[in-house]
Design a protein around this ligand. Structure first.
Ligand code: GRF
Length: 186
């Protein structure tokens, strides 16, 4: 039986949500930071903070080959919950099945609105007065699993996708740790 409080955070870039999950950890421990980009900026921060890291370049590998390596690394660290945080790679159905119900993601929109990319530009183009972010369970379908929590960010006059992104990102940092700390009690 996997212990849900042993969390791995998967990143592909700067890792600001990963840092927030480490700094605000309650009821869980981040025991591994993993990446499909060996040069991801967030991995340096994790190493400096003495967290275990794992990375492998996904280039040239099939989706499932990479996912099998990743899954083995997660098993080695007795991971119970996986938190995707800017992990820019679609997981194979094989991986999702292995970890069914134990993978969370943070997405910068109020799902079910705007799955995929360019969420803030799409929200502004649509004339939305409220933007936000969602934490959801990962399934085979992109950004479509059960929503566990959301934070709303009002749109202000003169907002651009960039200004909204900054405020939503700050909201993401609060929301993700709160939702994860409740989720691991399930
Ligand atoms: C965040 O906006 C997150 O919602 C999205 O990718 C971005 C990652 O940023 N999935 P960071 O690497 O956590 O700073």
């Amino acid at each position: 039986m996997r212990d849900p409080r042993r969390v791995a955070v998967l990143i592909s870039g700067r890792g600001s949500n990963m840092r927030a999950l480490v700094d605000k950890a309650r009821n869980y421990d981040v025991v591994l930071v993993g990446s499909n980009k060996p040069a991801a900026e967030g991995l340096d921060w994790a190493r400096q903070h003495r967290l275990a890291t794992w990375s492998a370049d996904s280039k040239g590998q099939t989706r499932e080959e990479f996912d099998r390596q990743l899954s083995a690394a997660l098993d080695e660290h007795d991971i119970g919950t996986i938190a995707l945080a800017g992990f820019m790679r679609i997981l194979s159905p094989w991986f999702v099945e292995q970890w069914r119900g134990r993978i969370l993601n943070i997405h910068p929109s109020l799902l079910p609105k705007y799955p995929g990319l360019d969420t803030h530009a799409r929200a502004l183009d649509a004339g939305d007065t409220v933007c936000g972010c969602s934490v959801h369970i990962v399934t085979e379908e992109l950004d479509a699993g059960e929503v566990l929590g959301q934070a709303e960010v009002p749109v202000r006059p003169g907002d651009t996708p960039e200004s909204v992104e900054q405020r939503v990102l700050a909201a993401e940092h609060e929301l993700y740790a709160d939702v994860l700390s409740e989720f691991v009690k399930r």
